[in-house]
Design a binder for this molecule. Structure first.
Ligand SMILES: [Mg+2]
Length: 414
């Protein structure tokens, strides 16, 4: 289509107020917040027949900052009159007002949009400065900042434009590690809101324990098992070999121990809140574990999980045989199960979130749309998309853009 043909077509959209060259007024109100301020300002502006181009309002420690961008009022002297009227209204309600003339709206945001979530415990001014400076060095512009949570960590989200998500992630990862804060960078867009399946590791992720060590305590071989587990998690041992070696140590243990171990398992703080909130948001939630179905099936029932997969300890004549049955859930198996759950849930892999702490979670973390290393070993932390290093599992919600207030509001409604 030629340019002349294009221009002869009627525009499908109505004229946008505050076009590039149209004169606009930026009205900023600041002061003690109370109900009725926004109504009062726009009631005052309405007398001048102006249109709204943009509004942003935020309340911080009881102080309101309200910015309204409106079209310039028509008619000679009407701008002066509007200014005088707004200032006198503001004075009457003990607020400060500032009115700045200009043209148009914000410039279009740069290509490349990301959400950068920062979790601090506490979040220091120094960390905030370093993160903002890193974003700026990469050519990114911070368009918006807002707080997601003040408990159990301080979580803030930066909306950044003008830089590639992957490049931003790479630039911020070493900064976050050096500062001791958790930073997650995810691409903006509809996909972020469409994440609909979360798959978690169990040992040292959903629960605080390593289940095989709980069994080992009953078999009196804790030390031997702990040594093998640690080496496997550091990636020094083949997971399947180490699994068989550890399970062999449990040979002859009475089946009644299973019930005891179930009772000993301690959920990670925030685990219930995470699962409950995800379920309310319509997510499907599953676990994949290099541990045992004897424990994960019970957890799945208690928490209302949609999917659970693990190894099964073989029991013959009421005793553990020291073997596992069925398909072994190892590093590759975890990634395979993530794909299987996603297919069963009808969720594209790009819209899945995986959470884990060990080397055997790495394939799963990398296969997911967002892989979260949870209080993980350094090897895992460095290889994952993002890391959470505070011991609260519900902080993962903040990485998904869910605010603490939303979590608490949903709890009150129940
Ligand atoms: Mg684990």
């Amino acid at each position: 289509m030629s340019a002349s043909q294009t221009s002869s077509q009627p525009s499908p959209h109505p004229t946008v107020p505050g076009g590039e060259d149209d004169p606009t007024l930026l009205v900023k109100i600041f002061g003690k917040d109370r109900p009725g301020i926004t109504a009062g300002l726009f009631d005052t502006l309405a007398a001048y027949g102006v249109d709204v181009v943009d509004i942003e309002q935020v309340v911080t420690r009881g102080r309101i900052t309200l910015c309204a961008l409106v079209t310039q009022p028509a008619g000679d002297g009407s701008e002066g009159s509007l200014r005088a009227t707004v200032h006198s209204w503001a004075e009457s309600v003990k607020l400060q007002a500032e009115i700045i003339s200009g043209r148009g709206d914000n410039r279009p945001r740069g290509v490349g949009r990301s959400h950068v979530t920062v979790l601090g415990h506490p979040l220091t001014a120094e960390s905030t400065a370093a993160i903002a400076a890193t974003i700026a060095r990469g050519g990114g512009n911070i368009d918006r900042i807002f707080r997601l949570a003040k408990y159990p960590v301080t979580a803030v989200e930066f909306e950044v434009s003008g830089t590639e998500t992957a490049a931003l992630r790479t630039a911020l990862a070493p900064e976050a590690a050096a500062l001791g804060v958790d930073v997650a960078v995810v691409a903006s867009g509809l996909q972020r809101r469409a994440q609909r399946l979360v798959v978690m590791d169990v040992d040292s992720t959903l629960i605080q324990d390593e289940v095989i060590e709980l069994f080992a305590a009953h078999a009196g071989c804790e030390e031997q098992v702990a040594e093998v587990t640690a080496a496997a998690m550091r990636g020094e041992l083949d997971f399947e070999q180490s699994l068989h070696a550890r399970v062999r140590l449990l040979e002859g243990l009475d089946e009644s121990v299973v019930e005891k171990v179930r009772g000993e398992v301690r959920l990670t703080p925030g685990a219930r809140t995470l699962v409950r909130t995800l379920k309310r948001l319509g997510y499907q939630v599953g676990v994949v574990s290099g541990g045992f179905t004897q424990v994960t099936d019970d957890l799945g029932e208690r928490l209302g999980l949609d999917f659970a997969a693990a190894n099964t300890l073989e029991v013959v004549d009421g005793k553990l045989t020291g073997r596992v049955t069925g398909e072994v859930v190892d590093r590759a198996g975890k990634a395979r199960l993530l794909r299987r759950f996603a297919a069963e849930a009808g969720v594209p892999l790009a819209q899945t979130v995986a959470i884990g702490d060990g080397a055997n979670d790495l394939d799963m973390l990398n296969a997911a749309g967002l892989g979260v290393a949870f209080n993980a070993k350094p090897l895992v932390r460095q290889a994952a998309h993002t890391a959470v290093n505070v011991p609260f599992l519900d902080t993962v919600l903040y990485l998904l853009g869910v605010t603490r207030e939303e979590v608490e509001a949903a709890d009150v409604q129940e």
